[in-house]
Structure formats: structure tokens, C-alpha cells
Design a protein around this ligand. Sequence first.
Ligand code: NAP
Length: 232
Amino acid sequence: MATHVITGAGSGIGAAVARRLHARGDELVLHARDAGRAKELAAGFPGARTLVGDLADPDKLSWAFSHQTLPDRVDSLLHIAGVVDLGEVGELTPKSWRHQLNVNLIAPAELTRHFLPQLRAARGHVVFVNSGAGLAAHAGWSAYAASKHGLKALADSLRAEEHGHGVRVTSVYPGRTASPMQAKVHQQEGKEYDPARWIAPESVATAVLTALDLPTDAEINDLTVRPGPFSG
Ligand SMILES: NC(=O)c1ccc[n+]([C@@H]2O[C@H](COP(=O)([O-])OP(=O)(O)OC[C@H]3O[C@@H](n4cnc5c(N)ncnc54)[C@H](OP(=O)(O)O)[C@@H]3O)[C@@H](O)[C@H]2O)c1
């Protein structure tokens, strides 16, 4: 049975992925920002283990993990947690830049570093949930897009480095997806939010599972998921 380490499992896309893997009986190790959130996740996903560490403070992840039992088997590491804060370059503060770069880019690199020995041993899979903003940057999106462009670079370098160890690496680039993050984006854009107009988190979960479940003679490097013709 496969063991998956998942970030962002408490909300949106991550919760949809965790529900699907839990329903089919896979082993879950759910990452949470703090002990309270970990307790909620453990209650929502019976049998799942949890791992606590604040992704906004990647310098402290190593210390936090040294006080917890890490899984000795990891078949997949699913980086799904993320944050967004819109603003023009003329307005965004270093604090906002740092927060988005920490959660969206540096913490995934640090988590990957921690789990690489287990991933190599299992000939496992690292999946990064990126964004359309990781491929093109628009007005008002600089810090988030920079973090996601960086995440693409992290994934591409990791793939080149780890193929020799049998580790697969996939980036998934969703368009706007109905989740609390998208509600916040609409609020910052001053637009009314109608979740029915956007991709369902379950559909992005299907894309993630498609990459995971592909036979190991093949690898999906990059998967772009856009709103379908009836969602806009
Ligand atoms: N929604 C979209 O339109 C869209 C489009 C393209 C790409 N994406 C990407 O998809 C991924 C999932 O987004 P979503 O829409 O599902 O967002 P979401 O519903 O806001 O969920 C974000 C998740 O990230 C976790 N997280 C945030 N900061 C954290 C921290 N400091 N430490 C630990 N965990 C933290 C949250 O934890 P809590 O549950 O504790 O808050 C939550 O579980 C993100 O990487 C996002 O950039 C989203």
C-alpha cells in the first residue's frame, strides 16, 4: 500500500486529493501548520498520521521534524499547500514577498530535501501543485507568480537530478479553482465570487491522481488544467 505525504490537506485541492487517496485505502501522512490543525486533520481522516511544521518558517522545519517521527516509507510527496497575496509591485511589501516565497517555494524545497532518502528508496514520486501563474505573470500577481515560477524551476531541476535515483517529478498547473484561496483572490480583485464558474478541486485531484497512477515506465512532467468550456 502506498504512503503519501501531503501538504495543504485541510482545504481546497489538497483536501480533495487526500479524500480520494484515503477512500482507496492508501496510507496518509498529513502535514499541518500546527498541532491544533493536525488534530482536526487526524479526526477528518481516520487512520492518517500527521506531521507538524509551519511552512511560512522553512528555517524551522528541520528542527520541528527532528522532534517528530518521520515515516520510513514515502511513495509520494504531494506539495499542495500555498498562499496568495495580490498587489502591484509598487505596493507589495517585503513581508508579503517573503511569506509567499517561503510557503510556496522554499518550504517545498526543504520538505523535499527531508524526504528524498525515503523517496529514493521507494522509487517514489514528487508532485508540485503549481499554477497558471507559474508559467505566465500578470499585473498584480508578481510575488505569487515569482514563487510559482521558482517552483517550476525547483521541479525541473529535481527531475533532472533524481531520475537516476528512480524518482518521478510532476508539476500540475491548475487555472482558477473553486477554493478558499480563489474566494480571497476575488475579494482582492474586488469581484463577486461564484465557485460554479471555476474548476472543481476534485477535477484537479483527478489530474494529480492521473500523474501518480501512471505506470512507472512513464512520467507526466507537466500537466496544465484549465477551466472547461462550461465552467466560465
Ligand atoms: N485555487 C486556485 O484558483 C488555484 C489555482 C492554481 C493553483 N493553485 C494552487 O493550488 C494549491 C492549493 O490551493 P487551494 O486553492 O486548495 O488553497 P486553499 O484552499 O487556500 O488551501 C491552502 C492550503 O495550504 C495550507 N497552508 C497555507 N499556509 C500554510 C502554512 N504556513 N503552513 C502549512 N500549511 C499552510 C492551508 O492550511 P490551513 O488549512 O491550515 O489553512 C491549506 O490547507 C496552492 O499551491 C495554490 O497556489 C490554486
